[in-house]
Design a protein around this ligand. Structure first.
Ligand SMILES: [Zn+2]
Length: 286
């Protein structure tokens, strides 16, 4: 049992069978989709994503993974609970230990690198039972240290938290436009270190979605509304209304005249997070 990359197994490596994954210690459990790590308190070491599970939502760089247990032929047959292997995977959130991710596709298995476990929660699955769901985010390769950057900032660049490894220029510009006021609720969080807000990408960067890292795709939000946007609790219409999961309008998005937000990004966000297709109030033509 070991955490992190397996020596000699590059990202993208393919395997024909689970036995081969087991033998190379990429996923050292022949039956379970979550492989517990050497230290249960630290969390799991690898996750295998089976093909075709209806509650999984794979966006490439972000993956909403259904938990382990109580399944038969890929369907959830009774309520999942956040215990056992699901609990162990949830422990990765607090420990920050990434998992190796293996996807099953077209009858083979691909090692897709390291993913951080960001969140775990219970929700209702398509089969009518509670499911454990996890939000995983692909770690980006850490570039060689830039000697021109002061040591304190270089240290931050090495951190694994996803919000720290992006180019900060775009969110910084958008945040400045709004003076750190949330575009949805208007709150401005004043901290000891100054005002705090988050640059929220409508379409995630990288992975299979490749959202643009430009002002057109970034909102200035408070942490709550950032989480709600990323989790599909709310979306933005082409007319800059904020809607909830049921498509009900819950407010107007504040939009600065100098902020060239692109409705296509809002549309793509709605599509990715499974908001209803082309309801009349969204004014979509296709
Ligand atoms: Zn807010």
């Amino acid at each position: 049992m070991t955490y992190g990359p397996v020596p000699g197994v590059p990202t993208g490596a393919r395997f024909r069978t689970r036995r081969a994954l087991y033998d190379r210690r990429v996923h050292h459990d022949i039956r379970q989709i979550i492989c517990g790590g050497p230290d249960p308190a630290v969390g799991a070491e690898s996750v295998l994503v089976p093909a075709g599970r209806p509650d999984d939502h794979d966006l490439g760089g972000i993956l909403y993974l259904t938990g382990s247990g109580n399944t038969r032929a890929g369907r959830v047959v009774s309520d999942q609970v956040l215990t056992g292997l699901n609990r162990i995977l949830a422990d990765n959130i607090d420990s920050g230990q990434p998992v190796r991710l293996i996807r099953e596709t077209a009858g083979e298995f691909a090692y897709d690198g390291l993913f951080l476990v960001e969140d775990a929660y219970l929700r209702s699955g398509v089969d009518g039972h509670a499911i454990c769901q996890f939000r995983l985010r692909q770690m980006r390769p850490v570039a060689a240290p830039d000697r021109s950057v002061p040591p304190a900032q270089a240290q931050r660049a090495l951190a694994t938290h996803y919000r720290l490894v992006r180019d900060p220029a775009v969110p910084a510009r958008v945040k400045a436009l709004y003076d750190h006021r949330c575009q949805i609720c208007g709150i401005r969080i004043q901290t000891l270190a100054g005002a705090y807000s988050e640059g929220a990408h409508l379409v995630p960067l990288g992975g299979g979605t490749d959202g643009p890292d430009t002002d057109a795709n970034v909102l200035c939000l408070c942490p709550n509304h950032h989480v709600m946007l990323d989790h599909g609790a709310l979306a933005i219409t082409d007319e800059w209304l904020v809607i909830d999961r049921d498509g009900q309008t819950i407010g107007d998005l504040t939009l600065h005249p100098d902020h060239q937000l692109d409705p296509a990004c809002a549309r793509r966000h709605r599509q990715l997070l499974g908001f209803p297709h082309s309801p009349p109030e969204l004014g979509l033509s296709g």
